[in-house]
Design a protein around this ligand. Structure first.
Ligand code: PLP
Length: 393
């Protein structure tokens, strides 16, 4: 018998970190197969639908034969005008529609591909730890090196820019930051963006600010754009995502905006990879950004209510969880005698509830678990009851 063909895989793919949720997923599958009712706080994917006027715009866009041809990676004039209008109204930031805006097939795609535009082999990309996992995988796939900057609660989960090793700084070409922050729920503090601009200038490092949770904030807090900071556009770009503000995770819609040289480099790269965002989705995204925003405010009220409910339940069982001003996550320290994985396992075993172990977001995430607030109200109530009654620390 001939041996089965074994494709030889790239070093790149082989160097990707192991999938940290594998063990939990295996357990969940086994429990579900045994008929156990599992409630998942694992993934941050909105459970409520996209607002109707955005869906209608997609339908109208899909009916327009002009949508049926290849789009361009530059984006339609309507889409770019809508992004510029949103930045103007929402942040008071003016963007050049010709040179400072390019669509992304979601911020995730932008995070991964911008690394190819900015890094050569061995160059360093800095990012907060814990952090969105693509900040680490993106540089790795682009043959760069991802260096973690620990985010500590005593510094408000802001990286200590002064503490970075000078040898690392000399090789650093880019830095990912994102506030409101996944997974910590932290919002940007004091003059951090001002210091970040000075840091980027001094060390010649491009800032990529991931603003995926810009509009998901609570208690009257309004999150800024990095581009509001004087000098920001000279050193960096911002990633806009429609996923969370408009419940559009499935649509893959966002934009990279800001420094024209970085935006252009990303665009040149992308013209060789895909043919841009479906024009009907661009039409719908424009409707989302320029249409009524009451859906966004309603979402914030929904998440704030869920946050309060869950924070109360977790404190009741003895977890010292902070109440975040933004994002759809709670970042809870686990009891001292647990690792993040062992605590996630305990909650799964005792309450049939899934939480994400913090170590999945980087080494400094050890000692925490993340709860996503994207669980429908009735299931959230059920989970809260289970946690309160069954979890014994
Ligand atoms: C910090 C952060 N950036 C980007 C993304 C992905 O956004 P998009 O759906 O626009 O790709 C997520 C999704 O959870 C996220 O948490």
């Amino acid at each position: 018998m001939t041996q089965a063909f074994q494709p030889r895989l790239s070093r790149r793919v082989q160097s990707l970190p192991p999938y940290l949720f594998a063990e939990i997923e295996r357990k969940v599958a086994a429990k579900r197969a045994a008929g156990v009712d599992i409630i998942s706080f694992g993934i941050g994917d909105p459970d409520t639908p996209t607002p109707a006027h955005i869906v209608e715009a997609l339908i109208a866009g899909a009916r327009d034969p002009r949508s049926h041809q290849y789009p361009t990676n530059r984006g339609t004039a309507e889409f770019r005008a809508a992004v510029a209008s949103y930045y103007d109204h929402r942040f008071g930031v003016s963007l050049d529609e010709e040179t400072e805006i390019v669509p992304l097939l979601g911020a995730k795609e932008g995070i991964a591909h911008i690394c190819f535009a900015l890094l050569n082999e061995g160059d360093v990309s800095l990012s907060g730890d814990p952090g969105y996992p693509v900040y680490t995988a993106g540089p790795l796939i682009a043959d760069g090196t991802a260096v973690h900057l620990p985010l500590r609660p005593e510094l408000g989960f802001q990286p200590d820019l002064e503490a970075i090793d000078p040898a690392v700084l000399a090789r650093a070409r880019m830095i990912f930051v994102g506030y409101p922050n996944n997974p910590t729920g932290a919002v940007v503090q004091d003059d951090f963006f001002v210091r970040l601009v000075a840091f980027a200038r001094e060390h010649d490092i491009v800032v990529v600010h991931d603003n995926a949770y810009a509009d998901i904030t609570f208690d009257g807090y309004i999150a800024p754009s990095f581009l509001e900071t004087p000098g920001a556009k000279e050193v960096g770009v911002e990633l806009l995502s429609l996923s969370k503000s408009y419940n559009m995770t499935g649509w893959r819609a966002g934009a990279v905006v800001g420094n024209p040289a970085v935006v252009d480099a990303y665009w040149r790269l992308k013209t060789n990879m895909d043919s841009g965002m479906f024009a009907a989705v661009q039409h719908a995204a424009a409707a989302a950004l320029t249409g009524p925003q009451d859906g966004v405010r309603e979402l914030c009220r929904l998440y704030a209510r869920r946050r309060d409910l869950l924070v109360g339940a977790l404190r009741h069982v003895g977890l010292e969880v902070a109440s975040p001003k933004g994002t759809i996550y709670l970042w809870a320290p686990v009891p001292a005698d647990h690792t993040s994985a062992s605590f996630a396992e305990l909650v799964l075993n005792q309450a049939d509830v899934i939480v994400s172990p913090g170590a999945a977001y980087g080494p400094s995430g050890e000692g925490y678990v993340r709860f996503s607030l994207t669980v429908p109200d009735d299931r959230l109530h059920e989970a809260v009851e289970r946690i309160a009654q069954r979890v014994k620390l």
